[in-house]
Design a protein around this ligand. Sequence first.
Ligand code: ADP
Length: 486
Amino acid sequence: MSLKTALFTINGIILSLFIILSASYIYTTDLLDTEAQQLVDAGESISLAKNLKSKLLTHNRYSFLYSLHKSPKRLEGRQQQRFEINKHLIELRRLVNSEDETTLLKQVKNDIYTYFEKRDQLNTSKLSPVEQYIKASILIDSLEVSVDKLIQINRSQLNTLIASVNKQNKIADRLAVSLLAIGAIIILLITAGIIWAVYRPLMSLSKVIAKYKAGNTQIRAEKYLLKEINALSENFNLMANSIDEKQRDQLQFIASIAHDLRNPLNSISMASEMLLDKHPNTTHATIISNQTKHLDRLVSDLLDTARIESGQLDLTPQACDIKKIIKDSIELYQLSSSIHKLKLSLPDYPLICKCDASRISQVINNLISNAIKYSPNGGTIQITAIYETNDIIISIQDQGIGIAEQDQVNIFKPFHRTKSTKGTIPGIGLGLSSSKKIIEHHQGKLKVESQAGHGSIFKIILPAMANTQYLDKAIPKSKLNYDLQP
Ligand code: ADP
């Protein structure tokens, strides 16, 4: 699924929820509005009907008083009541909302008109005002029954409406709670979905990239659900594969060069040996022989490095004294530079380690050659080896250009060279990477401590063989150092 589709789906769900919420809200408020209006109407009908009753009584009273005194004021009062009774009837007509009510109102209206008619007839009759009043009151009493019925109908309508409004309110409450709950669940699901489909894969991809950056070049990203993240992961894998392929080509190239150098070097080596045999005491023959051996060693190391980097690392571990390996390396490099002084500090006791001597020698050679190479202004190169809590620690310290903190992890990766050395000091960036591999295959560690411009210390930590342990405290530290060069 693509992120776009996922976003559309999520938006669709939210929009639908919003539409349902709005429609329910509008429906509920409309319903409540209508019922509230009906409530008001029913209340108004009740009050009009009650008023109607009192107006009829007042009308009868004014008629009685007019029969007594014939005063125009009473007549006017009586007409006023009649007018208001008619007005009330019109108002009540407007408020009726059921067939029963309509029928009842019609009957009330007819009864009232009959009353008016009869009241007028009574006024012109020969009956005394009191008799007229009593007869009219009887008519009003029978009329009151139907008015009371009208009130009753409106009261029961009022009660039904109140019950219905209460019910609507409860439904609205339940609807709101359900919508809130659904909303909360959807938000939770969306959050969980984002965490599961976006955050988690991105974190896993970033971990893969971090591991790759730290040197695990075999690591690859997995497949992910979202197309876009999957595209990232596939691109990362393609990039890693292409880097891998390039590195393989580079290693192949280096290996073939080293291999091609081998044959002419063998011939030179044989010729130099013959020259040395013929002229054993000549400096030139000795120099040619020594330097040919050195060159042969370098080419062998280069070939080995190419093999190690392409995954072919065969070790033949044997118990050997690290001191001997270090001394051999120093011998190899001590005359290689006139501006560098190689100083060696070794303990009196043997430093026994189970290792492949030629590989460890390759590492020490590489570190000493780097110490010389990256100290272009010369200086002392201090090589120390000690035994410390079951480990043999070999350190090679120079006074050279040093390594900035951010480069210290990268220099152990194949073909990595720091910016400060790239264009100025020759190298291919494989020595430290293969050295690290060799040491780690011996269950050891290769570390660097450095500061740009203040030299570097490379430390090889190798597990010592058990028989070295008893020497730890037996030999005082002061006895451990001696200089190779006086
Ligand atoms: P190379 O020397 O062929 O470049 P290495 O793997 O031996 O390859 O070293 C990798 C990088 O580490 C070098 O290019 C250099 O920048 C840095 N480096 C190694 N040793 C030292 C050192 N002793 N002092 C300063 N920089 C060093």
